[in-house]
Ligand binder design. Structure first.
Ligand code: ASP
Length: 319
């Protein structure tokens, strides 16, 4: 039987990080070890029976993720998925912006094969690094028959691109899918699935973005910023951003997207001037539930950071 080919793309992160002291899981430098070296250090991957290829697409701390790297990554993922013999792609990534990259790739590629992001909370040189097991689990997901769409695997939990969110600063199980729940679990190399794989449409209505021309992401991206509602919020940041030419604003509202009246007035004025405004919530769970008479579009369940990516793509979409 022909073995399954899995491509592992490296982008950096703590999973590729090193520290001078193996006991130091804070004072390390992310993105130091190349993907080939990471894969070579994991002989257990050979036992998966998959043929593995690796490629370094970037080498960064994911706090520094930018659209140029997203563009390169999307192109390499699309390239590899187009090869018949490739069953799936695994991407090693920092945890900090993993959810944004996952959402972006799902939105622009809507892949019919699995694309699995994985990461680590401890550097590669730690006494007990979590990266190796996460990579093994990600390969198990990427080689699963029938798997499709963009997912993230961390600490044995499989999350879908739409819902995954980093919720903890330190613990190994740092991600949650909120009240949507995870897609499933990886247990001793086997998958226990709870939900369907992510698939199109990723969004509908005002933020329908899955049909965006792939090449559009090559152009300069529209400027979209995030503002937040909080006690004592006012409209000054919004007015400054509008005066500075911002094209879109995502507001992380309180509760069900509620806004201080001064912030709301400034956002309404910006919207009248042509700035696209989307209302999300700063709550970790739940979504903004639209209601008759709403003056701002809601984020259709997306967190503020994902709503920002969606709005940038929507502003690029000629449709
Ligand atoms: N700052 C790191 C990164 O996002 C954190 C991590 O990977 O856990 O690249």
């Amino acid at each position: 039987m022909k073995s399954k080919k899995i491509v592992i793309l490296g982008t950096g992160g703590t999973i590729a990080g090193t520290a001078a002291d193996a006991g130091d899981s804070l004072g390390y430098t992310a993105a130091q070890v190349g993907i080939e070296q990471l894969v070579a250090a994991l002989p257990a991957l050979a036992a998966t029976g998959c043929e593995l290829l690796s490629e370094q697409v970037a080498q960064i701390d994911s706090k520094d993720m930018d659209v140029a790297i997203w563009h390169a990554l999307a192109r390499r993922v699309a390239h590899w998925l187009a090869q018949d013999e490739v069953q799936g792609v695994v991407i090693t990534h920092g945890t900090d912006t993993l959810e944004e990259t996952a959402f972006f790739l799902q939105a622009v590629l809507d892949p019919a094969k699995p694309v699995v992001l994985t990461c680590a909370m401890r550097p590669a040189t730690a006494l007990a690094p979590d990266g190796p097991q996460n990579v093994l689990d990600a390969v198990a997901v990427a080689s699963q028959a029938g798997a499709r769409g963009v997912a993230a695997v961390c600490a044995g939990v499989i999350h879908g691109a739409m819902d995954v969110q980093k919720v903890h600063t330190y613990r190994l199980d740092a991600f949650s899918s909120g009240d949507a729940g995870p897609l499933g679990y990886v247990e001793a190399g086997r998958l226990r699935l709870l939900r369907n794989w992510p698939s199109a449409p990723v969004l509908n209505g005002v933020l329908a973005i899955k049909n965006i021309a792939f090449d559009a992401i090559h152009r300069p991206w529209p400027r979209v910023e995030i503002v937040m509602n909080h006690a004592g919020a006012d409209g000054r940041a919004v007015r400054a951003l509008a005066a500075d030419g911002v094209q879109g604003l995502v507001v992380a509202g309180t509760g069900n997207g509620t806004l201080h009246h001064a912030l709301e007035a400034a956002l309404l004025q910006a919207q009248t001037q042509g700035v696209r405004v989307v209302r999300a919530t700063r709550c970790l769970e739940g979504r903004v539930l639209p209601h008759a008479g709403d003056v701002f579009a809601d984020s259709q369940g997306l967190s503020p950071v994902k709503a920002r990516v969606a709005l940038m793509l929507a502003l690029m979409d000629p449709a």
